[in-house]
Design a protein around this ligand. Structure first.
Ligand code: C5P
Length: 219
């Protein structure tokens, strides 16, 4: 029986100066619907850690963060005793090496921005995953989608991966529908184009099935 879920959602934003930042395209809809559906699954606690979006599911313990470093520390605080961890956030891969305290003036014709890599939170969580924890990651791929997704699943020690096939006909970001595959180490399941709230229901059904297979316990 699983009791606690941690869900990450939305983008992170990485400041450059007091008025500018770099970020990822993410509306936070997928994470929001996953959290909303989690509330219907009889869990004791749903922790929702989100970058800036307007979508906060009522009934969850919502933790709002801005940067990847903030997300990492809040995730690490909450995952230790979590049964299900779903990392749907679009974390910025890089942040500005220096956050300037004054707004950059637009005098120069050219300028360079130095970036530094952010920690891969999912990778860290995967490394410390316990036997009775279920870890779900997301991937957005445009080419060699299955090879890349399979590699990610192994590298990050995932039980389940939601693969978004990004293409002209399936932009995935900022729209209400999506085309995804559910991958486990054993198989790949293709879903039809569905609304994101429908994908959340199917994902929770898949989580229950994977949890039961993994732990031998009914959810
Ligand atoms: O490797 P990639 O960034 O494509 O993996 C995507 C998955 O990793 C998503 O589940 C996302 O939430 C998570 N992620 C993370 N920390 C990062 C980058 C991605 O947790 N720095």
């Amino acid at each position: 029986m699983f009791k606690k879920a941690v869900i990450t959602s939305g983008p992170t934003i990485e400041p450059i100066d007091p008025v500018r930042y770099i970020s990822n395209r993410s509306s936070g809809k997928t994470g929001y619907y996953i959290a909303t559906e989690a509330l219907k699954r009889n869990l004791d606690e749903v922790v929702f850690i989100t970058g800036p979006t307007r979508l906060l599911p009522i009934g969850c313990r919502c933790i709002e963060i801005e940067t990847a470093l903030e997300m990492r520390s809040r995730v690490m605080e909450h995952v230790t005793d979590a049964d299900i961890i779903i990392m749907a956030a679009a974390v910025s891969d890089y942040r500005a090496k220096r956050m300037l305290t004054q707004k950059i003036k637009k005098d120069a014709e050219e300028m360079q921005l130095e970036l530094i890599k952010n920690p891969d939170i999912l990778l860290e969580v995967g490394k410390q995953k316990r036997k009775n924890q279920l870890l779900v990651g997301f991937a957005a791929e445009t080419s060699h989608i299955f090879v890349n997704a399979k590699r990610k699943m192994t590298e990050k020690n995932l039980d389940l991966l939601v693969l978004n096939h990004i293409s002209e006909s399936n932009p995935a970001f900022d729209v209400d529908t999506n085309l995804v595959y559910f991958m486990t180490p054993l198989n790949i399941e293709e879903l039809p184009v569905l609304r994101k709230n429908e994908i959340a229901v199917k994902l929770w059904d898949k989580i229950v099935e994977t949890w039961t297979a993994k732990t031998g316990k009914e959810s």
